[in-house]
Design a protein around this ligand. Structure first.
Ligand code: IMP
Ligand code: MG
Length: 174
């Protein structure tokens, strides 16, 4: 069955919002260096665009996680597939994610990162589906709150496709 993508947030809307968040982060971290931690693969497009708009010193690192037994939904326990290259000790860590859905992945990940001795850990997500939340997660920076629909683009995939779309779209099957 072929799917169709309907635009939810245009490229211009997303770009404008990323600029606003970048400005906010630059103000909030004035006088500090922010260490961006990208959760692969979904967070990568957002992180690059965001990093370009932050005016305080930025360092970057990447990690990749997957769920034990292939089902994040049931366990919420995540396995580190690729760990960070650098220590988080005394750093101002900002985790950059594509989307917070149930919140299970992020709540687990944030606790794990907090155990590594950072100065502080905050969370920035491009998208948030608050209706889907099962586990409470404190989100410090949100691009857009969206309804409970399956979205793609800007790093988000459906069956590994559509990550490269420069906008956010809803997948429709009809
Ligand atoms: P959570 O642990 O339920 O919050 O799951 C978050 C992860 O599920 C995200 O990082 C995405 O990889 C994936 N995900 C959740 N909703 C969507 C969606 O609408 N489109 C694509 N991926 C999604
Ligand atoms: Mg993700």
């Amino acid at each position: 069955m072929a799917e169709r993508i309907e635009v939810l947030l245009s490229e211009e809307e997303v770009d404008r919002r990323i600029q606003e968040i970048g400005d906010q982060i630059s103000r909030d971290y004035a006088g500090k260096q922010v260490h961006l931690v990208c959760v692969l693969k979904g967070g990568s497009f957002f992180m690059c665009e965001l990093a370009k708009r932050i005016t305080v010193p930025v360092s970057l690192d990447f990690m990749s996680v997957s769920s034990y037994g292939g089902d994040t939904k049931s366990s919420g326990v995540v396995k580190i597939v690729k760990d960070l290259d650098e220590s988080l000790l005394d750093k101002h860590v900002l985790v950059v994610e594509d989307i917070v859905d149930s919140g299970r992945t992020l709540s687990y990940l944030l606790e794990m990162l907090k155990d590594r001795g950072p100065a502080d850990v905050k969370l920035c997500t491009l998208l948030d589906k608050p209706d889907r939340r099962v586990v409470e997660v404190q989100v410090d920076y949100t691009g857009f709150e969206i309804p409970d629909e399956f979205v793609v683009g800007y790093g988000l995939d459906y069956d590994q496709k559509y990550r490269n779309l420069p906008y956010i779209g809803v997948v429709k099957f009809d």
